[in-house]
Design a protein around this ligand. Structure first.
Ligand code: BTN
Length: 258
């Protein structure tokens, strides 16, 4: 699928949150692919009620509308498609070793460079989805308390000898092209079967021990990949395999964020 055929791009100098801009547009009748990209967000949202710092002139903040004809339980899978698209675009555009921290984050060198906030909402009697993506692009420095957990593409590229600012628009277009392609493959079957292998190849946790923070009690397991529904496949110490879905748990590396 062609990017230009799928996405209808709307640019904002400043907006509260691009996720909210998409929801407002959906309420006013916008169709699938309606996209908001902002230079600045005044109320950028992260997951779990956190805020997402969104100063002007620096990074990428964008969200788009999906109206997949799928059961609501399958909707989180669009986040999996987004994670793969961002990691893939960063690798192809900038030759940086981006990996996916299942299911919502992209990391480079163990530090977060991108977060994804997918929200389902009621729209015209059905369920629609907004996928919101924040990428730390040209951030030159992070507050002290974030320095060991957050990075930007500019910082990573400078570290390998190229201190030129990253072209935000070229990166946006690369992510959108990768998303349009991955989403088309996903919708062909309504499952992740066709992109699963590519996704697993970029999972930061694959084959590693992870800590599963289940509300019923935390435990340790080895990440074995994902299922066709996007849940993480884990092996327990007794060798049995289980699936864990992102709504229920959070996954940490044994010794820190990844
Ligand atoms: C997270 O890691 O907590 C998710 C962060 C998602 C941030 C993006 S920026 C564009 C879109 N608009 C928002 O208000 N949030 C998402």
């Amino acid at each position: 699928m062609d990017t230009a055929d799928f996405f209808e791009i709307h640019r904002f100098a400043s907006v509260d949150s691009t996720n909210e801009a998409v929801k407002r547009a959906a309420a006013a009748g916008a169709t699938e692919g309606w996209l908001a990209v902002a230079d600045e967000q005044t109320a950028g949202k992260g997951r779990r009620g956190r805020s997402w710092a969104s100063p002007p002139g620096e990074s990428l903040y964008f969200s788009f509308l999906l109206k997949p004809d799928l059961a609501p339980a399958l909707l989180p899978q669009v986040t999996i498609v987004a994670g793969l698209a961002v990691a893939y675009a960063i690798r192809r555009e900038l030759q940086l070793p981006a990996l996916i921290k299942w299911p919502n984050d992209i990391v480079i060198g163990g530090k977060k460079v991108c977060g994804i906030l997918t929200e389902a909402f009621s729209c015209g009697g059905g369920t629609a989805v907004v996928v919101g993506i924040g990428i730390n692009v040209n951030t030159a420095a992070f507050p002290k308390e974030l320095q060991d957990r957050a990075t930007s593409l500019f910082l990573e590229r400078s570290g390998s000898g190229n201190a030129a600012p990253v072209d935000r628009d070229a990166l946006l277009m690369a992510v959108l092209a990768a998303y349009a392609e991955g989403y088309a493959r996903f919708m062909e079957e309504g499952s992740l079967a066709k992109i699963r292998e590519a996704y697993e190849a970029l999972m930061v946790s694959l084959g590693n021990e992870v800590r599963i923070e289940d509300p019923a009690g935390a435990y340790t397991a080895v990440c074995r990949g994902i299922g066709a529904d996007g849940a993480m496949r884990i092996a327990l110490p007794d060798g049995t395999e289980q699936m864990v879905s992102s709504g229920e748990i959070s996954v940490r590396g044994l010794y820190g964020y990844v």
